[in-house]
Write a protein that binds this ligand. Structure first.
Ligand SMILES: Cc1cc2nc3c(=O)[nH]c(=O)nc-3n(C[C@H](O)[C@H](O)[C@H](O)COP(=O)(O)OP(=O)(O)OC[C@H]3O[C@@H](n4cnc5c(N)ncnc54)[C@H](O)[C@@H]3O)c2cc1C
Length: 471
């Protein structure tokens, strides 16, 4: 069997195949193909001048269990660390000033009304409109809805522009007018369906959490976790655990030839050569899978190509704390589109996790580009750094020259879950099911975060083992 793609999805798939292979009647060889030199895909940790720098993801959410489960199965549970409780809050830029997101505001919904009433982020009218949410009826329509439509409908335009758009934009780098709520944050639809009002639902959830905490049955980890030495610890452990596979780095697969009735699939390599497998897991961005299957299934390729992707750049800089006038008393700052800035968000990495910067220094990760400002990715590194330094100086009072800087560009790395995404994914899965030897997995389908990718890769591996056991 073969796994194509050595990012977190492909590594999780290969690891799960190894875990389950004993169920098969005879031993199998698992080959992992990766076009790059190293495994890990968009994830990786670097040591630069005493700073521990994440080039891609810096942590993962723990209320989706799959990444934590994997970490535990890899024997790394004691390496997990949570975010620093002292700085556990977010800032949003408001008329040029970093301003706290009201306490208890969880992405779309306020669990506490007091902090919202005191917050300068909303006008009196905006607060009144938000308060009306408590009394609004639930919607009785079933069609997919954009994030913007939902938030305007329930909470009002100000909450959308001033709080939700920047918070959600920081995660999905997306245009909220196009983002499907059902595909990205279905729990808010469930809150409306079950409690009628998001405010009522958030308050009920907060009360339940308090009683869990009182009874000692709270979550084992904070909402976000990473590993002591960074995300690379997970990648390194996975790489070690899949060492029993045949690992083919610097090998780009160019085509998958897999007939519907056939029990085998042929992989053609870009640098010549073909290999035949009884199962193939394509753990790649959707448009890459489309390239590989375009001759086998033009219909599948067309559906895969219809998932749009956004590009972004992460500019990491290290600074003396004395050079920054803002106290950095939060995990980061998000910037609403209405502020007309170029940067999307700044993560105060050294406030989130320990040992990310030398004593007396701060590490900042600034995000640029995304679906709303793709043209900024055309700037060369020098101009991009100059832009980031200018904006960091204006919004956070960051002066002096950074001790180091590192720019990583992510071309078409973030799939956009537009309205209709779940139907599109259902069509993709139906078309892929026509090719029994092929499974698709990755961040394009049921979630972009690390836990989703782990789950997607593991589920693909489980389907392969189940099919081969039946054969
Ligand atoms: C800047 C950034 C920050 C993020 N931050 C977070 C975060 O903090 N928390 C979180 O949970 N998620 C975060 N994410 C999302 C998450 O990191 C990604 O969704 C996830 O890492 C994607 O993993 P993957 O294995 O599906 O894809 P990839 O990492 O893209 O891996 C695919 C691999 O396939 C290889 N490949 C491509 N084509 C071929 C071919 N033809 N043949 C062989 N190999 C091929 C590529 O070289 C690559 O290594 C972030 C993403 C980005 C871009």
């Amino acid at each position: 069997m073969a796994v194509i793609g050595g990012g977190i999805t492909g590594l999780s798939a290969a690891h799960r195949l190894l875990e389950l292979q004993d169920q098969l009647p005879r031993p199998v060889e698992i080959t992992l193909f990766e076009s790059g030199e190293r495994l890990g895909g968009v994830m990786g940790t670097l040591e630069i001048d005493g700073y521990r720098v994440e080039t891609g993801a810096d942590s993962f959410i723990t209320d989706k269990p799959w990444a934590v489960d994997l970490v535990e199965r890899l024997g790394l549970a004691d390496r997990l660390i949570s975010t620093d409780a002292r700085f556990r809050r977010s800032l949003v830029l408001f008329r040029g000033q970093p301003t706290p997101v009201p306490e208890g505001f969880m992405l779309l919904a306020p669990a506490k009304i007091g902090p919202v009433l005191k917050s300068p982020l909303l006008s009196v009218w905006g607060k009144l409109r938000l308060g009306c949410e408590y009394f609004l009826p639930r919607r009785n329509a079933d069609e997919d809805e954009s994030l913007s439509h939902f938030v305007r409908r329930r909470l009002g335009r100000e909450v959308l522009e001033r709080i939700v758009q920047p918070l959600v934009g920081g995660i999905y780098t997306s245009d909220p007018e196009k983002l499907s709520l059902r595909a990205t944050m279905p729990r808010f639809l469930e809150m409306e369906a079950n409690h009628r009002s998001l405010i009522r639902a958030s308050r009920a959830a907060a009360a339940e959490k308090r009683s869990d905490a009182a009874s000692g049955s709270g979550a084992r980890y904070g909402l976000f976790a990473t590993l002591k030495l960074g995300i690379s610890e997970l990648i390194d452990a996975l790489t070690a655990s899949v060492a029993r596979c045949r690992i083919r780095t610097q090998t780009r697969v160019a085509r998958i030839v897999a007939a519907q009735a056939s029990q085998t699939a042929k992989l053609e390599m870009e640098a010549a050569g073909t290999e035949t497998f009884d199962a193939v897991i394509a753990a790649l961005p959707a448009f890459r899978v489309a390239d590989l299957v375009s001759s086998t299934s033009p219909q599948l390729a067309a559906e895969l190509n219809s998932i749009e992707y956004a590009s972004s750049a992460v500019v990491v800089t290290g600074h003396q704390l004395a050079d920054i006038s803002h106290p950095l008393d939060a995990f980061g700052l998000v910037i609403p589109a209405v502020e007309n800035r170029k940067i999307l968000a700044v993560s105060f990495t050294s406030r989130k996790f320990p040992d990310r910067a030398p004593e007396g220094c701060a590490q900042l990760r600034t995000f640029v580009g995304g679906a709303m400002q793709p043209e900024l990715l055309e700037l060369d590194d020098q101009d991009l750094l100059a832009l980031v330094r200018r904006e960091l100086s204006e919004v956070l009072g960051v002066g002096g020259a950074p001790q180091f800087s590192r720019i990583t560009r992510y071309e078409r790395a973030m799939p956009q879950y537009h309205v209709g995404h779940l139907q599109r994914v259902a069509r993709i899965e139906a078309a892929a099911a026509e090719i029994p030897t092929l499974e698709v997995a990755g961040n394009a389908y049921h979630g972009v975060g690390i836990p989703d990718c782990v789950h997607s890769g593991e589920q693909a591996a489980e389907r392969v083992i189940a099919r081969l056991c039946e054969a």
